[in-house]
Each structure stands twice: as structure tokens, then as C-alpha cells.
Design a protein around this ligand. Structure first.
Ligand SMILES: Nc1ncnc2c1ncn2[C@@H]1O[C@H](COP(=O)(O)OP(=O)(O)OP(=O)(O)O)[C@@H](O)[C@H]1O
Ligand SMILES: [Mg+2]
Length: 240
């Protein structure tokens, strides 16, 4: 934005200069594609010039293991553990992707979570409390679809008790493949959550898996992969 425009239109300047958004990526069900989506969205946005901070509160620290080469040398004091347990400022680490920083997760968080858990993970509730928006990830399958109902309740409770401004950005259908299971799951999703279902669908694509093996985000590994193209479309749709 031109400085002149800022002076002429201070309200617009304010919204431009404070263009900060906190988004949670969540599901109730394991293996749906949370980590994959977190890495692809954060790296993709960063590669488009947005400054991104990925806060990894995954107990397995999977995103950190992909995005931080020196992850094995990171102590728990250098991870999000420092903030959650010791109330210290977020320890921010640079990644190899320009504009992308990360607060690494730590395996010890799993102990923390057990200690402090009431029903759904305490860490998830905290993430939702501090977010503007949440994206629900869902993969094909009966249990996967069923998990949305539970997660909706969690979102409603967070909105009621802690964070009334929390918005559901949408439900992202991932790992879509040409099977009956996928087709039926999509039909049900469209019937039940037609409005919330995001228009971009992420295909099952082995390049996404291989990228992580190579400790790369999908755009560095193969920007032409079907998975990369889909996540790129999603970024344009949601954030740009
Ligand atoms: N669209 C996709 N195409 C192919 N493989 C995928 C896709 N999305 C995720 N995967 C693979 O499926 C597995 C689970 O995905 P991911 O780790 O992203 O899920 P998650 O929701 O973070 O799982 P967890 O609950 O264990 O943290 C990983 O091996 C990942 O590489
Ligand atoms: Mg994960």
C-alpha cells in the first residue's frame, strides 16, 4: 500500500497494517491430514510473501520434524513447551522457507496433555481459544465423518465459554481418491455440511508423503504435484 493512500484513508491503513489472522487446523480423528495441511498452507502462504508463524502443538511434533533441519537438537526449553509450561515468550525458529517461522512442538507435550486433559485435549482448546478461525480437516470414511459432529460441539463450547469470535472457516476434505468410500463420504458431507464444505478438495497424492520424507514442503518438493496445485488453489481461495 502506498504511504499516500494510508494518510488519505486511515481506516483502510489500519486494516492493512494489522492484517493478522490466527487459524487453527484441527480434527478429532487421527491421520486425516492436519500436519500435511498445516505444512502446505503455512509454507505456501509464506512462499507467496505472507509472514507466517506456525505454532506446532502436535504432541508428535511432526511439522517441526519436517520444517526444522536441526529439530533433533532442539530442547524442550526451545519448544512450545517453554510457553505452555513455563509461561515464557514463544521460542521462534526460522525455517528454510523464506517468511516461514515455527514454534516447534515437543514430544514431552504428550505428558503435559495427559496431566491437564479434561475430555478433549487441553492444548486443542487453548489453540481454539486463541484463534480467529478454525479449519476442520476430514478424510474419507465413516468414523472420519462422524468425528465432525463431536468437533462441532467443541467449537460451540469454545464459542460459548471462551472465544465468541471464533469462526469456522470451513471443512476441508482431504485424501480424496477414486473409490466408492470417497464418493459416498463426499455425498454425505455435501448433504450435511454443504455450506461449510470448502470448495477445494485435496487429492490423495504420494508426492505429499514423499515431500515430508525429504523434509520439504510440497511446493519445494514438486510444485506441479496434484497435491501442490490443490493446496495452492486452497490458499488463493481462503487467504488471498
Ligand atoms: N493428501 C494426501 N495424499 C497422500 N498422503 C497424505 C495426504 N494427506 C496426508 N497424507 C499422509 O497420511 C498420513 C497422515 O497424514 P497427516 O500426518 O498429515 O495427518 P494428521 O491428521 O496430522 O495425523 P495425526 O493425527 O497422526 O497427527 C501421513 O503419512 C501423510 O503423509
Ligand atoms: Mg499430525
Amino acid at each position: 500500500m502506498q504511504f499516500q493512500n494510508v494518510l488519505e484513508n486511515p481506516q483502510m491503513a489500519f486494516s492493512t497494517l494489522t492484517d493478522l489472522m490466527i487459524v487453527s487446523i484441527a480434527t478429532q480423528k487421527g491421520g486425516a491430514g492436519k500436519t500435511t495441511t498445516s505444512i502446505a498452507l503455512s509454507a505456501g502462504l509464506a512462499r507467496k510473501g505472507k509472514k507466517v508463524l506456525l505454532v506446532d502443538i502436535d504432541q508428535q511434533a511432526n511439522s517441526s520434524k519436517v520444517l526444522l533441519r536441526h529439530y533433533p537438537t532442539i530442547t524442550k526449553e526451545q519448544s512450545v513447551h517453554a510457553t505452555i509450561i513455563e509461561r515464557k515468550p514463544l521460542p521462534i525458529h526460522k525455517t528454510d522457507v523464506p517468511n516461514l517461522d515455527i514454534v516447534p512442538g515437543h514430544i514431552l507435550l504428550s505428558n503435559t496433555d495427559v496431566e491437564l486433559t479434561i475430555a478433549l485435549g487441553w492444548l486443542t482448546i487453548n489453540a481454539l481459544n486463541s484463534s480467529d478461525q478454525v479449519i476442520i480437516i476430514v478424510a474419507p470414511g465413516y468414523f472420519e465423518l462422524d468425528s465432525i459432529v463431536q468437533f462441532y460441539k467443541t467449537i460451540a463450547e469454545v464459542q460459548e465459554f471462551f472465544n465468541p469470535d471464533l469462526q469456522l472457516k470451513g471443512i476441508l476434505f482431504t485424501r480424496s481418491d477414486p473409490t466408492v468410500n470417497t464418493r459416498e463420504s463426499l455425498t454425505i458431507l455435501r448433504q450435511m455440511y454443504g455450506k461449510e464444505l470448502l470448495p477445494v478438495i485435496i487429492p490423495e497424492n504420494t508426492d505429499l508423503r514423499n515431500a515430508h520424507f525429504n523434509k520439504q514442503d510440497i511446493f519445494a518438493y514438486n510444485p506441479h504435484a496434484k497435491g501442490a496445485v490443490a493446496y495452492d488453489k486452497l490458499i488463493n481461495e481462503l487467504f488471498l
